[in-house]
Design a binder for this molecule. Sequence first.
Ligand code: FPP
Length: 259
Amino acid sequence: MTEGSFQSRDSHDGDEEIWLRRARAGSVPRHVAFIMDGNGRWAQKRGLPRTEGHRAGVESLRAVIPALVNLGVPFATFYAFSTENWKRPAEEVRFLFDLLVQYSKEDRRELMERGVKLRAIGQVDELPRAVRAAIWELERETSSGRNLTVNVALNYGSRQEILRAVKEIARSFVGGEIDLEKLSEAQFAAYLYTAGQPDPDLIIRTSGEMRLSNFLLWQGAYSELYFTEVLWPEFRPIHLYKAVVDYAGRRRRFGGIEA
Ligand code: FPP
């Protein structure tokens, strides 16, 4: 990554600055989750192979992380590879893993400088060894980041996550460690990958699709959903700020009534 690309990611044009100020003036979510959709369509529209869409998608990720820090959002989750994504051609799957390894090397220093702590969530132990090693290294090197915690969902599926929690709870029950009658929602959540983190206030999905696709089903029970036609490789900080302004204008009732 060049110094130049670094600067352009930090510079705001006029509109972006206005939307950033608007977003900061309202209620800023504590956790924003992203379904980064539309990479393939972005590439196909340009007559490029789908994999080029994923490469461009990494640039969006690189632009959005500093924007989250600017806004003061302390937690973010990015859906990078789902448990269903293994159904894609082997070449595409390999490309995605290579991108991840490359990203972990190229961006480690910047993440550390920005105080970003990176964690992988999902069945990471099933990923190829080189990917696991890259993640482990990145998690270790960024572990002292205090500004923003970024979860990268990798080989992640929400049903799998919930089932895994249920199995662990069953094991704890058999071991006599928990009283099922007293098991609360908060205790259950402690068995999920996102233990200790606030639930996402806002889930953003790009590319016009309106589904959760097995993403944060427990954690997203009361999340505000934001769908945009923008394809993920075109998603930039201004789109994030607009989503946050929209979020701030919503009335969240959590099943109750207006005060
Ligand atoms: C969905 O677009 C996107 C993905 C399955 C992959 C998302 C991954 C990245 C943006 C790269 C992440 C990399 C790192 C380093 C974390 P799609 O291919 O389903 O698009 P389509 O719906 O247009 O076909």
